[in-house]
Design a protein around this ligand. Structure first.
Ligand code: COA
Length: 371
């Protein structure tokens, strides 16, 4: 087995999610991702990941209210964040702003809510600041998706359209909430395994998610769709990209050998937006570019099955709900923080210190040196 990249190495038993790369199936705590994402919202996914079961109506209402209050508290922290939100990169801003939280200053039973709320509120505030606008205070009566959208993008649309956008974003947040032992989740678990605190683990996970091979792809996917412009240019553009030795963003996956099932969920959610009168002219283009990219990659690397991953349609859906492209990776963190927090708990409950080994390939002293 080639251990480079730990491909196929099992590092934990988990009850949180299962990624079947051959069949293209994602199960989150006993639920297939598609019905979960299309029928339930982000708070339900949080309850499922954190407690093991979908909440009943009363528990869901209580969680929504508590998360809303946590957003209001996170908003209250904004003046104490110094220059954390000043940078040009949303992930840098998230890393710096979340690092201001202190786990020992937050009640243990509030920690998940505080961190989940803070990611959304700080990301939205960064986006507003970047646009030269004042941060928008949360509305604790709204669901997390609707409020994040309101705070980040201030959509100037009627209630019906705002609700349709929030539903689409909710589907995205659920679909992206957990995904096996991905790089940022592993990072969070490594930090948690040292018995460090949850804030440190989440800050580290954000660092891992930032990279373009993990959560940094949807921005470049949108840039690619814009550069291609219309379906008839896709073939030439993709061929030129591959000839330069560049990767096609939103294509390929470490685990999936078929199309990422989350791509289908997002496509469905975008179709529902269309049905609500919110058309994204990028959906048709994305489908055309996907077909060309899959065919070109198959021709080039027939033995390595490369298909669309979640990031491909993430770009389309986040654009369609009105979020600006620089906020895409941070919006991934808004979703994934739910999974990270569940994994941190699971690691603490069941895991040992994660401390793998390496193979030394450097030089040895010619003779054993005296100490
Ligand atoms: N475009 C072009 N070629 C690709 C490719 C892509 N998107 N993804 C993989 N390949 C090629 C690689 O160049 C490599 O070829 P090589 O052996 O000649 O170098 C081969 O397929 C195997 O790739 P590998 O790097 O082993 O795959 P991986 O499992 O390490 O990487 C990803 C998985 C996701 C990092 C990779 O597919 C990728 O970079 N995709 C684009 C970025 C992206 O969409 N990231 C979001 C992931 S959800």
């Amino acid at each position: 087995m080639d251990l480079n990249g730990l491909e196929g190495v099992v590092v934990a038993d988990t009850a949180l999610s299962d990624v079947d790369g051959e069949r293209g199936r994602l199960v989150i705590r006993g639920h297939d991702v598609e019905p979960l994402a299309l029928q339930h919202g982000f708070e339900s996914a949080c309850a499922l990941l954190w407690s093991g079961a979908l909440p009943d109506a009363a528990a869901l209402a209580a969680l929504r209210a508590r998360l809303g209050q946590a957003r209001a508290r996170a908003f209250g922290r904004l003046p104490s964040l110094g220059d954390a939100l000043d940078g040009a990169d949303a992930m840098d801003a998230l890393r710096a702003s979340l690092a201001h939280l202190r786990a020992d200053a937050i009640a243990p039973n509030e920690l998940k809510l505080e961190l989940t709320a803070a990611v959304a509120v700080f990301a939205a505030a960064w986006s507003r600041q970047r646009a030269g606008a004042a941060a928008i205070a949360p509305d604790p009566t709204l669901g997390h998706a609707a409020d994040y959208l309101r705070m980040a993008a201030a959509p100037n649309s009627d209630a019906e359209r705002a609700a349709a956008r929030a539903r689409a974003l909710d589907a995205y947040l659920v679909a992206a909430s957990d995904h096996g032992m991905n790089a940022s989740t592993f990072t969070a678990r490594v930090v948690a395994s040292t018995q460090s605190d949850a804030v440190s683990a989440i800050v580290a996970a954000i660092g891992a998610l930032k990279g373009p091979l993990h959560g940094g792809a949807p921005g470049p996917v949108l840039a690619m769709l814009d550069a291609i412009g219309s379906p008839e240019h896709a073939g030439r553009w993709i061929a030129a990209q591959l000839a330069r030795g560049e990767r096609i963003m939103g294509m390929g996956h470490r685990v999936y050998r078929v199309r990422d099932p989350r791509a289908a969920v997002l496509e469905r959610a975008i179709e529902q937006l269309h049905a609500a009168g919110l058309r994204s002219n990028r959906l048709a283009l994305a489908r055309a570019v996907e077909a060309v990219a899959v065919a070109s990659l198959a021709e080039r690397r027939p033995e390595r099955r490369l298909a669309a991953n979640v990031e491909f349609y993430t770009a389309v859906i986040l654009d369609a709900v009105g979020l600006p492209q620089p906020l895409f990776s941070a919006t991934f963190a808004v979703a994934r923080v739910a999974g990270w927090l569940a994994h941190i708990d699971e690691q603490r409950e069941n895991g040992r210190l994660i401390r793998p080994a390496s193979r030394y390939v450097g030089p040895m002293p010619e003779v054993r040196e005296a100490a």
